[in-house]
Ligand binder design. Sequence first.
Ligand SMILES: C[S@@+](CC[C@H](N)C(=O)[O-])C[C@H]1O[C@@H](n2cnc3c(N)ncnc32)[C@H](O)[C@@H]1O
Length: 222
Amino acid sequence: MGSPSTDTGLPPIHHPCAMAFYEWLADRGPMQRLMTPLREEVAGLAKGVVLEVGAGSGRTFPYYSPEQVTRVEAVEPDAAMLRSAHERKASARVPISFVQARAEALPFADTTFDSAVATLVFCSVEGPQQAMHELLRVLKPGGRLLLVEHVRSHHPLVAWLQDRLVPFTTQLAGNCHWNRDTERQVRESGFLIRSVRFSRTGILPIIVLHAVRPAVGGEEHG
Ligand SMILES: C[S@@+](CC[C@H](N)C(=O)[O-])C[C@H]1O[C@@H](n2cnc3c(N)ncnc32)[C@H](O)[C@@H]1O
């Protein structure tokens, strides 16, 4: 029998120890105090038909507003995380459906979504540039990209340290790269950046980013 695959034919992602540790950490008070307002912020900006990539165990589900969001398509490549996300569906106030897939190969037609959300995902995606192109493809012109990501530091010494640590973090933390310049990847993929804010600095700086897919002719709207 061949190895299992996602809905897009790519092998699924399976990092049981790293994800169990992440889930433990995400339940702790300091992480909740950091992430809850950021989840509320990006989910509060999401509108219409929403794609959440790397949805994990569905920690952002409760923050989508039924006044703004029609439904959420939750994409997650790790079967164990997907099972937890199913359990957390009860906490959502909007309809949620699930697909086991990777951000690099999204099983959706062009211009399907009004908004796309990812929280703490682009550090670990194997092909971040390909994933950005996929998000650009499936978003409608004028559609919103909303990210909360830990990224490469602007401080040269900290960035140097992040580069040194990446061989360990990728091995120990489910392919997590501490040195990804996600803002640059968003811009280079063709999105228009509306705002980027550092919500935390230090060895693991976190950005909240809002970008849009340019409308036809390069204008943005919405
Ligand atoms: C640190 S967890 C964050 C989960 C969730 N977004 C949250 O905020 O709790 C990273 C998630 O990204 C997912 N992931 C890793 N590589 C991915 C890829 N290529 N495409 C989509 N998701 C991916 C992992 O399976 C995991 O669920």
